[in-house]
Write a protein that binds this ligand. Structure first.
Ligand code: COA
Ligand code: MG
Length: 294
């Protein structure tokens, strides 16, 4: 098993037909490389994309980076052939586009389990991520997230803002007020079931200042990762999502102070002018967990 399965801050997408981009991705610091068989691949090139993705998996050394494949949604005529293309070699994970029902996760999970058995690889090694990007997906998100109890390979929920906005007839704005509820709902259900919460792309890839503002916003909402469409976005995402030295030091001090107060019989206490009790410690522990993983 790879050592960095916990490190999932950046997910860099590229069309699966584009081998040079995959080669580039193998040279940069990125946590997850996603070979896209869905919207990033033209309808006329689906089969070619599957074959190129398989060649990329076999021939390019990605080191510690995880390599995943985004398959077409389960209402499309493509998804079964997408999965079947990897019968000789499985990627580290499968990303399911436009997930709208728990049955979709179950079907893909069951298929992968069979595949892992056939290939004799460790059961559960191939992770699953569900993209939530429609009003129906957002309605069914509880059942989708709960699938992880039966299929622990389900590791995260990814929010897809553009398709979601289309599905509700919203107009996208820079501030994103129209997707705030959806973002928070994705985070809430991800965290309730111990899943990664991964935020949508920032489409204007030349605007790194705007990406930084947005990544800070979603970090504050509770997201632990963000999609990227261009290599230049990845360092910004890592820098924002990595807890700062100051945050880590404060979290350590807080946890120690809490332990001392607990020993002395106090569950709540005052610390640097703030009231501290159990929820603050959970937040501090989250920072330490993220820092240790990075
Ligand atoms: N992954 C890996 N490498 C990428 C990349 C990506 N997503 N996007 C660009 N690069 C590489 C290019 O291959 C190029 O490499 P080189 O310097 O070795 O030649 C370098 O980064 C600079 O690329 P640039 O010329 O700035 O970008 P572009 O104009 O060729 O492409 C996009 C712009 C948006 C078309 C491209 O970034 C892209 O395809 N992104 C992914 C889109 C996608 O998958 N969408 C669907 C899912 S949301
Ligand atoms: Mg899409």
């Amino acid at each position: 098993m790879k050592s960095n399965l916990g490190m999932r801050r950046s997910f860099l997408f590229m069309p699966a037909t584009d081998r040079p981009k995959a080669e580039k991705a193998a040279t940069i610091e990125v946590d997850v490389v996603v070979l896209d068989l869905e919207d990033g691949t033209a309808l006329s090139r689906k089969e070619e994309a599957r074959q190129t993705a398989l060649t990329i998996l076999k021939e390019i050394a990605f080191g510690n980076r995880l390599v995943m494949v985004r398959i077409n949604d389960l209402r499309s005529p493509f998804w079964q052939d997408d999965l079947a293309a990897f019968s000789e070699k499985m990627p580290d994970g499968i990303v399911i586009a436009k997930t709208e029902a728990s049955s979709e996760v179950e079907m893909v999970a069951a298929y992968i389990e069979e595949q892992e058995q056939k290939l004799g690889i460790e059961l559960g090694r191939t992770k699953l991520f569900a993209v939530i990007e429609s009003s129906k997906g957002l309605v069914s998100i509880r059942e989708i997230a709960m699938c992880t109890q039966t299929f622990p390979r389900l590791s995260g929920l990814i929010f897809g803002a553009e398709d979601y906005a289309g599905s509700i007839g919203a107009t996208r704005t820079k501030e994103g007020v129209e997707i705030l509820f959806a973002r928070s709902r994705v985070v809430m259900f991800a965290k309730a079931f111990g899943l990664d919460a991964i935020d949508t792309i920032y489409g204007n890839f030349k605007d790194l200042a705007g990406l930084e503002v947005e990544t800070n916003l979603v970090k504050n909402l509770g997201f632990t990762g963000k999609l990227a469409i261009h290599p230049c976005q990845v360092p910004v995402i890592h820098q924002v999502l990595r807890p700062s030295e100051k945050e880590i030091e404060e979290a350590r001090q807080l946890i120690n102070a809490y332990k001392d107060h607990q020993k002395n019989g106090h569950g709540v206490f005052s610390w640097n002018g703030r009231m501290i009790d159990a929820p603050n410690i959970i937040q501090a522990e989250e920072i330490i967990i993220r820092a240790n993983l990075l």
